[in-house]
Design a protein. Structure first.
Length: 446
């Protein structure tokens, strides 16, 4: 199989993975699509069906959560994990407990019995009451979800890899610290930007959606794969959140161009990116600004003074600046698809035929499951709309670019990274094409 055929297969597989029907969209009147919690509420309501809204078609995300409501949602989350993954998360023995303030006819009674007796995750008070109408704090929810995660660790036969968590308002001696540390290590919840956890803050239905959707995602991946890399960078790369991201990448690969005889393994590349959420009018999503540099060795064919063609291998510095936006598009059977739109400035600096262009980017980004791992894939076209520098080249000028990338979570010397393959098909105006391929390592700074 030649290189062109391999690239076509990669592109075709990406398109097939992305063109999928979308599940029912979230329709609560009080949760707009640009709300930070929208993707978590949508997932918890439409995909996992763990929680629902109110009869007036509202979600009431700012409403605080009591022990009854939380019990029902957590049991539904555990039931989903058990059913979808065909595992048993219940305790080995049933622990019968009755509460003096919860009658068997109470709507929450079955959920309490499951959570208290079968899963043995929460308990009542010393006076024999459950106090179901009492609101829950972040500390209390963290302890309960961490215990639920403990059931998942047993089923997956793989503990969460703990990392140091320093919180200014939650010392390591606090009763909730081990639970908070576990959830932060698993990426289920994060501290505030000022380094606090605010454990005494009451939990809202928005925060519930955030925590439980992350808990289910992590648990499903952990059970399927046996071990989930602590980085979870694939999900981080596509996440719509209010937390900014910054990362650096580096790699090495091949440049191939049949018409000029170029077949060099001196494709060295590096890049740096920064991204965050944006909301403009009715549009929302992630933006990402990326600077790229690569060094290549290219055999350029240019007109000679005598009317013929001369050529030679030259070192080429390539500079790129991209500003891309990513918008939610598809969520179907574990495939998360997003629309990528943006701008690119592209410059090839060499002594034979330097050139550049400014153009539009349009493509797709997705994450999906394959071979027991979560993969991130991106592909987009760049089409030039203006040029500043055009110099002679027998094969022509870059006419359009097709960039693609596939990566997965990994640990490299105990550092969470993305490992992957990136490539590009460059169409030249003379009718030929150039192919770039490189392996890369990406480390997140934020």
């Amino acid at each position: 199989m030649n290189q062109m055929m391999r690239l076509k297969i990669i592109a075709l597989g990406l398109v097939i993975g992305l063109v999928s029907p979308c599940i029912g969209a979230l329709a609560f009147t009080d949760v707009p699509a640009d709300h930070w919690a929208y993707p978590y509420v949508e997932k918890l309501v439409t995909k996992y069906q763990v929680i629902s809204g109110f009869p007036d078609n509202t979600y009431r995300g700012d409403k605080t959560l009591n022990r009854y409501e939380f019990s029902k949602a957590l049991v539904a989350s555990l039931n989903y994990i058990e059913t979808s993954q065909k595992v048993n998360l219940k305790a080995a023995t049933v622990k019968e407990i009755q509460f003096s303030d919860v009658k068997k006819t109470h709507w929450a009674y079955p959920y309490l019995m499951d959570l208290v007796s079968k899963y043995q995750i929460i308990s009542g008070y010393p006076d024999g009451t459950f106090k179901g109408t009492k609101t829950l704090t972040r500390n209390e929810v963290a302890v309960a979800v961490a215990k639920a995660l403990g059931r998942v660790e047993i089923a997956a036969k793989s503990p969460v890899k703990l990392k140091a968590v320093n919180l200014t308002d939650l010392p390591a001696t606090h009763w909730a610290y081990p639970s908070v540390q576990k959830l932060v290590s698993a990426g289920i919840i994060y501290p505030y930007e000022d380094g606090t956890f605010k454990g005494n803050q009451e939990v809202s239905r928005y925060l519930l959606a955030y925590i439980l959707s992350n808990f289910i995602d992590y648990s499903v991946d952990k059970i399927r794969a046996g071990v989930v890399a602590p980085s979870e960078l694939v999900n981080r790369s596509l996440e719509i959140s209010s937390k900014p991201a910054a990362y650096v990448s580096g790699g090495m690969g091949n440049v191939y161009e049949n018409d000029s005889g170029t077949n060099s393994w001196m494709n060295l590349n590096a890049s740096a990116s920064y991204g965050d959420i944006f909301n403009v009018w009715r549009f929302s999503g992630n933006y990402e600004i990326t600077g790229k540099y690569s060094y290549n060795q290219i055999n350029y064919m240019v007109p000679s003074g005598g009317g013929g063609v001369s050529g030679g291998v030259v070192g080429e510095n390539r500079f790129e600046l991209e500003a891309n936006t990513i918008h939610p598009l598809v969520e179907f059977y574990g495939i998360s698809g997003k629309l990528l739109l943006g701008l690119k400035y592209f410059n090839l600096n060499n002594p034979s035929a330097p050139t550049d262009f400014t153009g539009f980017n349009a493509g797709l980004a997705t994450s999906f499951k394959a071979l027991g791992r979560r993969l991130l894939a991106r592909a987009f076209y760049s089409y030039p709309v203006s040029r500043i520098n055009v110099t002679p080249s027998v094969l022509g000028q870059p006419n359009q670019l097709f960039d693609y990338e596939v990566s997965t979570d990994a640990d490299l010397f105990s550092y969470p990274v993305l490992l992957g393959l990136t490539g590009e098909i460059m169409s030249l105006s003379g009718g030929s094409s150039r192919y770039y391929n490189a392996l890369f390592v990406r480390h997140f700074l934020l």
